[in-house]
Design a protein around this ligand. Structure first.
Ligand code: FES
Length: 137
């Protein structure tokens, strides 16, 4: 049912925790299951230097957020905006259809943290939506 990569990230999640004085923090909930995810980002000169997450959620949510933090570290904010739930799922070799919504939690938490960074720093990025707009689809 789950790929070896999903099982690896679930059993041995990367970047769990919080960042003190994070530059961007995003917390989102999944309306379908009630699970919650929080993402912390350290950003300097528009480059994501570190990312940490905490989730009160299922195994697929843990695996996708773990993979998303690995994917975002070292990226520019513009590149980070393009990390979609599909890109995260592809990196993990896919998810069962009924777990696709779990990967949306990782995307939304990441984008909410980027939005928080943008708002705090008075910046505008093409394609970056507010958490409210983002969760509408
Ligand atoms: Fe809630 Fe997966 S069942 S995030």
């Amino acid at each position: 049912m789950y790929t070896a990569k999903v099982m690896d990230h679930f059993s041995n999640p990367r970047n769990v925790g919080e960042i003190l004085n994070a530059d961007g923090v995003g917390m989102v909930g999944n309306a379908k299951c009630g699970d919650i995810m929080k993402m912390h980002l350290k950003i300097e000169n528009d480059i994501v230097l570190d990312a940490k997450f905490k989730t009160f959620g299922c195994g697929a949510a843990v695996a996708t957020s773990s993979a998303a933090t690995e994917m975002v570290i070292g990226k520019t904010v513009e590149e980070a905006i393009k990390i979609s739930n599909k890109a995260v799922m592809d990196a993990l070799g896919g998810l069962p259809p009924e777990k696709v919504h779990c990967s949306c939690l990782a995307e939304e938490a990441l984008h909410a943290a980027l939005w928080d960074y943008a708002v705090k720093n008075g910046k505008y990025y093409e394609g970056l939506k507010s958490p409210e707009e983002h969760s509408e689809h």
